[in-house]
Design a protein around this ligand. Structure first.
Ligand SMILES: [Zn+2]
Ligand SMILES: [Zn+2]
Length: 385
């Protein structure tokens, strides 16, 4: 190939990259079978990891290279006064005269006295500077392309998701909702995952409670499979499977707690002891459109159930994940919900090797304990408010 045609192709590909989600480009490239000719390196190489797919299944993993020195969590990088250890904030929420001000760091000037702080992760799982290289099966990989933001939920290192008050939770959720909307306006964002890890067994040794917002140019496999199954049931039976589930679990022995708009329950096929989900009772697919009233209600049930969980199991570690619909047009939808997975034991060979989970406490038993503890928390909170 001549230098001229290569240059033309390079410019053409750059224009394409700026308009299309990367996954579509990837398919496009496979279809034209151009990848072999061009050795799949169109843009300058940058240092970031890649996203690899299993030889056979749809399982993804990310090779995350930690090029920057990882800051020792014991140095409290998320604490007030240590703002320079993180990237500058894109939002610092500051309470002043009974109002919340939305500020952000400038150059070397850091906003002080914040209650919530949002910034790009210094050790991102994905990056918009991801290396644009692809490879085919059996060594399938695509760029780990995306944004990784951190939302610090409290300036106090001793706080956890189970101790911040519902008002603080509501502010956190509003901030998450704002960032979610903004991320979906960015190119190459097909899905935004939102999750928090509490405790070392959950993979987090940073004491400040914080949520991660990580975007992907493809839909994560678990969301894809939930959306696919929901779509099929809707087509077949004309009902939303989660709406049906809510009917079945309301007042059941697996119910943990209810508020006006939400229900918490331990799922019928809980994958681990004390797993529970929080689901809006109304059929709603988008978290980004829920109202302030819904957010206040959600904060109350989140705080009560997480409080109940921490009272039931001392020093409990858990993962908390938002399962939201993809917001792109024509994507299959799910009735959005939150899933909480307490980590009470290591995974067995049956779980890792066969995908069959061993649960030695039934969801009916755990719901009873969680329900009693969560109702107590709720009563205290409502008493305080
Ligand atoms: Zn529904
Ligand atoms: Zn789910």
């Amino acid at each position: 190939m001549t230098i001229l045609s290569y240059n033309f192709f390079y410019v053409y590909m750059n224009i394409l990259f700026s308009y299309l989600p990367l996954s579509k480009i990837h398919l496009f490239l496979i279809n034209l079978d151009l990848r072999k000719h061009f050795n799949m390196r169109f843009l300058p190489l940058r240092t970031m990891g890649d996203m690899r797919k299993d030889y056979v299944s749809e399982r993804f993993m990310i090779i995350s290279k930690k090029d920057d020195k990882v800051i020792d969590p014991k140095k409290m990088p998320f604490a007030p006064g240590n703002e320079s250890m993180t990237n500058p904030s894109v939002l610092s929420l500051v309470a002043k005269d009974g109002m919340l001000q939305r500020l952000q760091d400038n150059d070397d000037e850091y906003v002080k006295n914040w209650t919530i702080r949002v910034f790009e992760s210094k050790n991102p799982v994905v990056s918009i500077n991801a290396e644009n290289s692809y490879s085919d099966k059996p060594h399938y990989s695509e760029p780990a392309y995306g944004y990784h933001y951190v939302v610090v939920a409290s300036p106090k290192p001793k706080d956890t998701f189970a101790t911040i008050d519902p008002e603080q939770w509501a502010n956190v959720l509003v901030v998450v909702q704002d960032r979610l909307r903004w991320l979906y306006t960015q190119k190459g964002v097909t899905y935004v995952s939102i999750y928090g890890d509490q405790g070392e067994a959950a993979g987090n040794n940073n004491p400040h409670p914080h949520l991660n917002l990580i975007t992907f140019s493809t839909i994560p496999p678990i969301i894809e499979s939930e959306a696919e199954a929901s779509h099929n049931i809707l087509n077949e039976k004309g009902v939303c499977v989660m709406c049906q589930t809510i009917n079945a679990e309301t007042g059941s022995t697996r119910q943990v707690l209810q508020t006006e708009g939400f229900i918490a329950f331990c799922p019928w096929a809980s994958s681990q002891p004390y797993e529970f989900w929080i689901v809006p009772k109304k059929h709603i697919t988008s978290f980004s459109k829920i109202t302030q009233k819904d957010i206040n209600d959600l904060s109350l049930i989140l705080r009560s159930t997480l409080g109940g969980l921490s009272k039931t199991i001392k020093n409990v570690s858990y993962n908390l994940v938002f399962h939201l619909s993809p917001e792109k047009k024509n994507s299959r939808q799910i009735h959005w919900h939150i899933e909480i997975y307490p980590i009470t034991k290591p995974r067995s060979g049956l779980e890792r090797g066969y995908g069959i989970f061993l649960n030695d406490i039934s969801p009916e038993q755990t719901a009873e304990k969680l329900g009693a503890a969560s109702r107590k928390e709720l009563a205290n909170l409502v008493g305080i408010i």
